[in-house]
Design a protein around this ligand. Structure first.
Ligand SMILES: *Cc1c(COP(=O)(O)O)cnc(C)c1O
Length: 362
């Protein structure tokens, strides 16, 4: 027997996450200059990071010999969200808090429910606990909440909902989510992943964190990786009932988030100008790219995030031709959409470069 035979069978069954292709990798493969490459593959903020966050990082470099203290950021988030500090769980990216939720509620013999084409971390987090995935067929590429409710079994302990969803960009109006929460058994946790919340127009948003007092099984997650531009620092958080947050904090690594990320996140929360600029750039870029896709006769899935997914005749071939022109988008065959590609909304120049390269690739 080999050592790998001794690994847990449910770990051996996992396929690892495939990230967007790094710029440096494409540069090596194609012999292209790094600064000639446009990466629109990972829903990163094309404006970079908030200047306030950058200044906070520079200042925090002075204290790196000390272990991190989450106190200040937790206090600030609690105040912003109108909850008490013991309802906040900070993660090394929101991916980390998704994993914590899985570790608290899932195990072999239990199951989680999520939609077809939902975010790739839900199966990963589920399978790594030995629990089973119940994948509910999508409706118009989005979550079919009625079918998801019907799919809940007596062994189901967690439901994952991304709103907006990645990679499809679908959005569920909040009254529908609230009705779903009413219909779910009170002893089944519901993770509402709002990584793209800040890209929603104000009229579409809802104060979902305020719903936690009505639904102690609700866990709302958000991230600093997207509109706040801190994907490389790895920081996100969950808001939950005090009881659930306490359980998640018990399995959290004590120092899971570093000093620089904590400092940057606190400052980013105050950089309203940067968030407003990022939002406006995304709106404008989304319009431009959607108009361009229509001009090229390509169907797209209407998106509420900072990316848009569109259909082509042959996803792999178009992706290859884009890469040859130094444009990285995200193939999403792994999400069951082999003839769709997902493009992140970039700077105006990047969006134009993408559309020109796409036209050459069809
Ligand atoms: C990007 C993304 C996240 C955030 O990941 P981080 O670990 O916070 O960088 C979470 N959920 C969805 C649906 C995402 O697309």
């Amino acid at each position: 027997m080999s050592i790998t035979d001794q690994a847990l069978s449910y770990i051996r069954g996992i396929s690892a996450y495939v990230p967007g292709k790094p710029i440096t990798e494409l540069a090596r493969e194609m012999g292209l200059a790094v600064d000639s490459i446009v990466k629109l593959a990972s829903n990163e903020n094309p404006l970079g990071m908030s200047p306030k966050a950058r200044a906070a990082v520079e200042k925090a470099i002075g204290g790196l010999e000390r272990y991190p203290d989450q106190f200040e950021l937790i206090a600030k988030l609690a105040e912003r969200l109108g909850v008490s500090p013991n309802q906040i769980v900070i993660g090394n990216g929101s991916n980390d808090v998704l994993d914590l939720a899985a570790r608290v509620f899932l195990a072999p013999g239990r199951s989680s429910v999520f939609a077809q084409h939902a975010f790739a971390v839900y199966p990963l987090a589920t399978l790594s606990t030995g629990a089973e995935c119940i994948v509910v067929p999508a409706k118009h590429y989005g979550h079919d909440l009625a079918a998801m409710q019907a799919a809940i079994r007596s062994d189901t302990r967690l439901v994952w909902i991304a709103n907006p969803n990645n990679p499809t960009g679908n959005f569920l109006p909040y009254p529908e989510i609230r009705a779903f929460l009413e219909s779910v058994p009170a002893d089944v946790a519901v993770v509402l992943d709002e990584a793209y919340n800040e890209y929603l127009p104000p009229a579409e948003r809802a104060d979902t964190v305020a719903w936690i007092k009505d639904f102690p099984n609700l866990i709302v997650t958000r991230t600093f990786s997207k509109i706040y531009g801190l994907a490389g620092l790895r920081i996100g958080f969950a808001a939950a009932s005090a009881e659930v947050a306490d359980l998640m904090n018990r399995v959290r690594q004590p120092f899971n988030v570093n000093n620089l990320a904590l400092a940057a996140a606190g400052a980013a929360l105050d950089d309203h100008l940067f968030v407003a600029e990022s939002y406006a750039l995304n709106r404008r870029g989304m319009e431009l790219i959607v108009a361009g896709l229509k001009r090229l006769g390509l169907e797209h899935i209407p998106s509420h995030g900072n990316f848009v997914t569109f259909a082509v005749a042959d996803g792999a071939a178009v992706n290859r031709k884009l890469l040859q022109q130094g444009v990285i988008v995200r193939p999403i065959g792994g999400y069951g959409l082999p003839n769709h590609l997902r493009v992140t909304i970039g700077l105006d120049t990047e969006n134009a470069r993408f559309l020109a390269a796409l036209e050459q690739s069809l």
